[in-house]
Ligand binder design. Structure first.
Ligand SMILES: *Cc1c(COP(=O)(O)O)cnc(C)c1O
Length: 451
């Protein structure tokens, strides 16, 4: 009875998979935030290196992973896949449950899969510093870790409420040399304006993005880095699914259904996109993005052009969105609190190639505890959404008497999120109502695009 399905260093994929090569319809254009006309590569040059801009629009199916990136990946990749024998037994399900564990990275999540190449390409382009934002701190720590390997400086605008609530994430970033600034801050025009209007502003991801973009755009030696949503981020994350394909082949199996937690969509894209090729070629496989019921971008949002940030500095892309000024309730899965979604994930969802479900947080923590008590690993609150998806599918399989094969991405561990578990275990977790009125209000502020 095999539990761990392990690969060797030499089996780390040497190329990323670009889903844009196989999508039934070409991706929608991305628009300039001021003119609302399609952006050209030059518009993005003040904040991104050319190599990443090229990946953002590439239609090549396979993109080589640079040797230096592979060497850094080897610090923790290939990531293990495990068969959840004990969880299966606890659920009395005939289904087989596999999970791909991304919590083995130094930062504890899948995010270094893209932080490493982003840091590398910026270093190659002569950039000295990266400015970025972080909510719960997972992305900030990933980019701080990557920059420490490639010799770049890091400035992280951290959403103020998280800065105050999550001191250990801040310390982790500082260990890797980052300068961590609570956002909104007085270092940027955007931050100053927000603080003038509301000195007590707790901040939001949308505001922190605006600050980091402004910092990068106004300093020649500084670029911006985003931890999800963009096409090149989804591309880098495909190492997850590409490894998973080999690992399942080793045990002569293939998934009927795949689950991934969906915030901006990158870890879901990472595990799902390499399998979507098969689906496009006619294979029967379900790909399910799992999101929080209080920030239900795919399941309740609108498919429309919208800004990526509050201050409307970032390009406008067609995606499922709850509106760029929607501030989701303060659930513990901080990494899933984003108003929009990857344009690629959104389009594939719109075209019916992927599915989505939404769960309230208590149900996810319940699944996470069941998982931890059988498999040992304590899931990150974000990852618990994928766990919940898999558990429900396993129960369905039991009720239907079907021997399904379920795969999910355990995107990270929850060692820095024990206060969330504390709240759950002491019965203090709130399941927020779906904030319908707030969403309707913010959807009224979508940019008007003639299309
Ligand atoms: C950031 C994060 C997510 C959500 O981000 P995606 O871009 O949707 O992948 C999920 N799990 C963990 C552990 C995270 O840190």
């Amino acid at each position: 009875m095999q539990t761990k399905i392990q690969l060797n260093d030499y089996q780390i994929p040497r190329r990323w998979y670009n889903v844009m090569a196989d999508m039934p319809n070409p991706p929608q254009p991305v628009l300039h935030p001021q003119t609302l006309q399609p952006v050209c590569p030059d518009d993005l040059r003040p904040i991104f290196p050319m190599a990443l801009i090229e990946q953002e629009v590439s239609s090549e199916r396979w993109i080589d992973i640079p040797e230096e990136v592979l060497k850094a990946y080897q610090l923790w990749r290939p990531a293990p896949m495990l068969r959840a024998h004990r969880l299966e037994a606890a659920l009395k399900t005939p289904a087989k449950i596999y999970y791909k564990y991304e919590g083995v990275s130094p930062a504890g999540s899948h995010k270094p899969n893209t932080a490493i190449p982003q840091s590398y390409y910026n270093q190659q382009a002569g950039i000295k510093r990266l400015a970025t934002e972080t909510g719960a701190g997972q992305w900030g720590s990933s980019i701080a870790f990557a920059n420490s390997l490639f010799g770049l400086e890091t400035t992280v605008y951290m959403v103020k409420v998280s800065y105050e609530q999550k001191p250990y994430r801040k310390n982790l970033m500082q260990v890797w040399g980052a300068n961590v600034i609570p956002s909104p801050s007085t270092l940027t025009q955007v931050g100053k304006k927000i603080l003038e209007a509301d000195p007590e502003s707790p901040g939001s991801l949308g505001i922190a993005i605006s600050e980091a973009v402004e910092d990068a755009a106004t300093h020649g030696d500084t670029n911006y880095a985003l931890g999800s949503v963009l096409n090149h981020v989804c591309l880098h994350q495909t190492v997850i699914g590409l490894e998973a394909i080999i690992q399942l082949e080793m045990v002569d199996d293939y998934p009927d259904v795949i689950f991934g937690a969906c915030g901006g969509g990158s870890n879901f894209a990472g595990i799902a996109f390499p399998f979507i090729r098969d689906k496009i070629n006619g294979k029967e496989i379900r790909l399910v993005a799992v999101e929080p019921a209080s920030c239900p971008t795919l399941t309740k949002g609108q498919y429309a052009f919208d800004y990526g940030d509050t201050a409307k500095l970032t390009p406008v892309s067609k995606m499922y969105t709850l509106g760029h000024d929607f501030v989701p309730p303060g659930i513990h899965a901080g990494g899933l609190r984003y108003h929009g979604d990857s344009a690629l994930v959104s389009q594939l969802y719109h075209e019916g190639l992927i599915e989505a479900v939404a769960y309230p947080q208590n149900a996810c923590f319940e699944a996470a505890l069941l998982f931890a008590r059988n498999e040992g690993i304590v899931p990150a609150p974000e990852s618990s959404h994928a766990v919940k998806g898999a558990v429900d599918a396993a129960i369905e399989a039991r009720e239907a008497g079907e021997e399904k094969t379920i795969l999910f991405c355990l995107s990270g561990h929850g060692h820095f999120d024990m206060s969330a578990y504390d709240a759950y275990l002491s019965g203090g977790l709130e399941d927020y109502e779906y904030p319908a009125a707030k969403i309707e209000q913010s959807l009224a502020n979508l940019p008007k695009i003639d299309a």
